[in-house]
Ligand binder design. Structure first.
Ligand code: CO
Length: 302
């Protein structure tokens, strides 16, 4: 067993997307080798309806999966395949765009004007970029929740965790996506598959995570003596990229800590990315945009 130390600690940055939605981007649109197979994570927690109601009107996706996890409010969606629906607090929508969909995602606040949630993009391997589009929608009541004796909980959105399996299935990169809460001052060791890239995104309270790999390895009992503090403190909107290992260690602060713990096997393929379309080569990207112009982007599956 080895603890994955913190490789990098960053803060989500304010940005604007869609028709003028104010959100924070934890990562995306850069070098994605550290997070491979994941391309982007947006934090769209927002308290001001005028900053999100314009939403994400009709736009295409190809070659990726978008995973929407709502904490408060509702996202109405509709697409070129005739799907319609709403995802609301606690729900998950795992959309495999595959060969292509054109959809819209329109956030609506709850009765206090809050719209809270996250959107993660996962890349598809070259062999699956042109597969048939697929949706998996998991309602909040069906998301498995595991609770440990110390009061720690894990909502399992995808993957195996604490002996329980999430309902999202058939995902190429074998990802694990967990919403973890650790009570105040509790320490937790969480398993993470050793082949995977892994990150945590903190969205409530704060916690300390095992420090960077260049920190001197010292026996655990010496931490308390203050000889070396190998722990990194991370609060709201912090992204932690983990180094290699098969476990993650967190010590919750006085308010406890809640974070997304996400991992997946890297694809290690070339990335050709423009906006909402991610392929392997510039030729494939050019073809996708050409098909959009010609109106042949959506594959007829009949
Ligand atoms: Co979209």
């Amino acid at each position: 067993m080895s603890i994955r130390p913190v490789k990098k600690l960053t803060q989500a940055q304010p940005t604007m997307e869609g028709a003028g939605v104010h959100l924070r981007r934890a990562f995306g649109f850069g070098n994605t080798s550290d997070t491979d197979p994941f391309l982007l994570l947006d934090d769209f927690r927002n308290e001001r309806p005028e900053d999100y109601l314009a939403g994400f009107p009709w736009h295409p996706h190809r070659g990726i999966e978008t995973i929407t996890y709502v904490l408060a409010g509702t996202v109405d969606h509709g697409d070129s395949l005739g799907n319609r629906g709403a995802i609301t607090a606690g729900d998950v929508q795992w959309m495999t765009a595959g060969s292509g969909i054109i959809h819209q995602e329109m956030p609506k606040g709850d009765n206090q004007g809050r719209m809270h949630g996250f959107q993660l993009w996962a890349n598809l391997p070259s062999s699956k970029k042109m597969i048939e589009p697929r949706y998996q929608e998991i309602q909040s009541k069906d998301v498995p929740v595991m609770t440990e004796d110390d009061g720690s909980t894990a909502r399992i959105i995808c993957g195996d965790f604490w002996g329980q399996k999430g309902l999202v299935d058939g995902i190429a990169a074998n990802p694990t996506y967990i919403d973890v809460s650790v009570p105040p001052m509790k320490k937790k060791i969480l398993p993470v598959e050793v082949q995977s890239n892994a990150f945590a995104y903190i969205f409530a309270g704060s916690g300390k995570f095992r420090g960077a790999s260049d920190a001197r390895p010292v026996p655990t009992e010496r931490y308390e003596e203050g000889v070396v503090d190998p722990m990194v403190t991370a609060g709201n909107r912090s992204l932690i990229l983990f180094d290699r290992g098969d476990e993650v260690e967190v010590q919750a602060g006085e308010e406890g800590v809640r974070f997304l713990l996400i991992s997946g096997r890297p694809l290690r393929e070339p990335v050709a990315w423009r906006g909402p379309i991610v392929m392997n080569t510039q030729e494939e990207l050019a073809r996708a945009f050409d098909e959009l112009r010609r109106g042949t982007f959506i594959r007829d599956r009949n």
